[in-house]
Design a protein around this ligand. Structure first.
Ligand code: CDP
Ligand code: MG
Length: 139
């Protein structure tokens, strides 16, 4: 089964949108293979967002992502990597299509509610950062 790494980011988590967002993914037919509530530290954020180190928004991004608890998820299903990116919507909610999670719940192009892997290579790399084999079920 194809798998992707999703983060329900600290903004959506603290505003109480966890259940709504999780339900949306389940309603789309995706399976929860792993899930945990956790707080990222700077090292984990640097590893997850390695390709963004040095970008003008990087420091803010790490500050935001480490600011409070989030939920990390592995979702599985047919075409899950591409489909979850579509359901999440454009990075900046001002550009996100109606009905997407970012359109509904994101507050800015930085505090944008959710993360999802963008390719099979990213998914494999990111899943390993957050979960061990023993924490994954049904994948
Ligand atoms: O998350 P996504 O793959 O849609 O976007 P990205 O371009 O890979 O950027 C990763 C994350 O960095 C975004 O989701 C934003 O939280 C943040 N970002 C930002 O704060 N300002 C930008 N100009 C671009 C990205
Ligand atoms: Mg990205």
């Amino acid at each position: 089964m194809e798998k992707t790494l999703v983060l329900i980011k600290p903004d959506a988590f603290s505003k109480g949108h966890l259940g709504d967002i999780l339900k949306r993914y389940e309603d789309e037919g995706f399976k929860v293979i792993a899930a945990k509530v956790m707080q990222m530290d700077e090292k984990l954020a640097a590893s997850h967002y390695a390709e963004h180190i040095g970008k003008p928004y990087y420091e803010n991004l790490v500050e935001f992502m480490t600011s409070g608890p989030l939920m990390a998820l592995v979702l599985g299903g047919e075409n899950v990597i591409k489909r979850v990116r579509e359901i999440n919507g454009a990075t900046n909610p001002a550009q996100a299509a109606e009905g997407t999670i970012r359109k509904m719940y994101a507050e800015s192009g930085s505090k944008n509610a959710v993360h999802a892997s963008d390719s099979p290579e990213s998914a494999a790399r990111e899943i390993k950062i957050f979960f061990s084999e023993l924490e994954m079920f049904g994948g």
